[in-house]
Design a protein. Structure first.
Length: 620
């Protein structure tokens, strides 16, 4: 018995020693035929003496005299993290495996150098983050591009790339007009971060921004967890002295608090920045002057990003490829509400790999044309888009898409949508706002937090909390492609309010399928004639202080609410529905914030009509 116990103890000791050794084993550093490490890192010093951390990866098989183009990504989320002791042990024992970046692996195999930059005040970089996408951060990118062109492996040609935050930096890098920058691929970026993400319709998307702000502050403070060992130092900082100094400098704006104080887009976030000044379009002249071709990818159900993508396409005269698909944020998951979507963990994993592989192939094809073939003139401005419910891809060079005409469906009695304007001179519906109404935890806004799956279950139960208007069953298949616009003639018993409108499909069996939505805070109701600095789609609201208008309780006002763009096939026998809400409790701040008892009255008569305009055409 004693021998058995000793044997067990010996095995336990050996096991512990193996785990300890595995936990301390260093990461392998692959070498290249050129005689250097494939993956390197260093600090690049800016004009103001701020040191910016840069991670370099060189192509597989690179020789000493090779010169290659470079793809640069600048991110505020950190470019490299150390593995914790536990994760390092698990990986060295073959129990865990590090997920590779399909895009970057494909780039390296395609003979590109990759530069990943920690934006100032984040990751291993020095500096402060007094604002996201700051002027200093933008200038840093220009200086790093210059630095890239002087490296022994660079052929002097650079493209910028990024997803989400770094998608915006890829776009903002163009304003430098650096001659080495020849192509930009901003994926899932926000052309107008306030309008399409933080304050859609002027309503605070507080859940999204709170989670984003908390995550930013945690990363910039270098918080660790069971598997994350914190930010990795650069190569020449073996004792992490410089890393610790850099982290001590980090000072991150509380973006949640800053935006919570914003009512109008020309309000100040800080002394140096207005809310709208984070939008790339304010640099329209510089971006157009660069003449850099742009490749943009977005999803129909990724926050309000699709509208910004179309507005970018219409605003800049740069050559642009715009692809709009049935994708989540980042393009990691597919969502067509009329098709069977991946549901099991294995299906979701396999689908993500397939989507990332396809995305990498298309983006790198764009870079090949611009950076290897020197055929920028072969980039043609066009929009390639997917039609939901049909599963087909189409291409247009114009927006609105030719062949679609706006069809008006009027709100009518008995909660109907009618093709004819109501005949009666009176008629209205009263609705008490249900503040429990929600679009769920897997909606277009939540996918913006890390690119999670999108899922809108049957809306029939939620619609019972809303004011709805439904058409008779369609006599033909109908395609809607464009921007649905709802006009409400409405009064409220408060001086402000949030109005949400949903476009839905009602199947013959009663299943209600979400298609798209729009929202507007009532004080932003004025349709402006201002030049906003970009080409807007849908009703034109400035969201500026001098155009704010409170409601007069009990007095009718007209609200024009543009929805997020869509392309969808609605089948014969199905019905179109417009649903109206006064709150989405999943994401948004309640308006008014101090009133649980809000009632609105929607007019639907010959004098004061409420209706939806749908860009439609009959399909076979």
């Amino acid at each position: 018995m004693k021998k058995i116990v000793l044997a067990i103890l010996a095995l336990l000791v050996i096991g512990v020693l193996v785990v300890i050794i595995a936990g301390f084993m260093p990461e392998r550093a692959p070498m290249l035929p050129a005689g250097c490490a494939q993956n390197q890192s260093t600090y690049v010093t800016m004009k103001d003496d701020t040191k910016i951390a840069v991670r370099i990866s060189l192509p597989y098989g690179m020789q000493k005299n090779d010169k290659v183009p470079t793809i640069m990504e600048t991110t505020r989320y950190g470019t490299k993290y150390k593995k914790s002791f536990i994760l390092n042990a698990l990986m060295n024992l073959g129990i865990a495996k590090e997920a590779e970046s399909i895009f970057y692996e494909t780039l390296l195999k395609s003979n590109y150098a990759v530069i990943r930059v920690d934006a100032r005040g984040s990751g291993a970089s020095f500096g402060r983050r007094d604002m996201e996408w700051s002027k200093e951060e933008i200038d840093d990118m220009n200086q790093i591009i210059e630095w890239v062109t002087k490296q022994w492996w660079s052929n002097g040609k650079v493209g910028t790339y990024g997803v989400s935050y770094s998608g915006n930096t890829a776009e903002l890098a163009m304003i430098s007009n650096n001659k080495a920058l020849l192509a930009s691929a901003p994926l899932y970026p926000d052309f107008n971060p306030m309008k399409q993400s933080a304050l859609p319709g002027g309503i605070y998307n507080e859940v999204l921004i709170r989670k984003w702000s908390e995550s930013n502050k945690a990363m910039d403070a270098n918080e660790t967890d069971l598997f994350n060992g914190g930010v990795a130092p650069v190569d020449n900082d073996k004792n992490e002295k410089m890393l610790n100094q850099a982290i001590a400098e980090h000072n991150t704006i509380d973006i949640y608090k800053a935006i919570n104080n914003i009512t109008f887009f020309d309000d100040n976030l800080t002394n140096d920045y207005k809310a709208e000044s984070l939008s790339p379009y304010i640099y329209k002249q510089e971006i157009q002057k660069s003449e850099v071709p742009i490749h943009v990818r977005v999803g129909w159900h990724d926050a309000g990003t699709v509208n910004g993508a179309i507005e970018r396409f219409l605003t800049y005269n740069n050559k642009q490829e715009l692809i709009i698909g049935p994708w989540s944020h980042g393009g990691y998951h597919s969502f067509d509400p009329f098709m069977e979507n991946a549901s099991t963990e294995k299906e979701i994993f396999m689908q993500r790999r397939q989507l990332e592989t396809m995305q990498a192939k298309e983006v790198i094809s764009f870079f090949d044309i611009c950076l290897k073939e020197d055929k920028n003139n072969n980039i043609e401005s066009k929009i390639r888009y997917y039609t939901l419910g049909e599963g087909k891809w189409k291409t247009t060079k114009t927006w609105p898409v030719k062949g679609f005409n706006n069809k008006i469906l009027y709100f009518d009695n008995d909660k109907k949508l009618s093709y004819n304007k109501p005949e009666k001179q009176d008629g209205s519906d009263t609705y008490k706002v249900d503040f429990t109404a929600t679009t769920g935890q897997n909606n277009r806004w939540f996918t913006n937090i890390g690119g999670g799956v999108i899922n809108y279950p049957n809306r029939a139960q939620e619609d019972s909390k809303l004011l709805t208007y439904t058409s008779k069953p369609l006599e033909n298949n109908v395609e809607i492609t464009g921007i649905p616009v709802v006009t409400l003639n409405v009064s409220s018993d408060t001086t402000d309010g949030a109005f949400y409108v949903y476009l839905e499909n009602v199947a013959p069996d009663g299943t209600v399928t979400y298609i798209t939505e729009g929202q507007l805070r009532a004080i932003h109701k004025k349709v402006t004639d201002k030049d906003l600095g970009y080409t807007p789609i849908g009703p034109k609201h400035s969201f500026h202080k001098n155009e704010g208008r409170s409601l007069t309780p009990g007095q009718n006002t007209e609200l024009k609410i543009g929805m997020y763009a869509t392309s969808v096939l609605i089948k014969k026998g199905h019905s179109i529905r417009i649903a109206i809400a006064g709150h989405d409790s999943a994401n948004f701040k309640k308006v008014p914030s101090d009133n649980e008892d809000v009632t609105i009255e929607v007019q639907r008569n010959n004098i004061l009509s409420s209706y939806v305009e749908l860009p439609m055409k009959i399909r076979d």
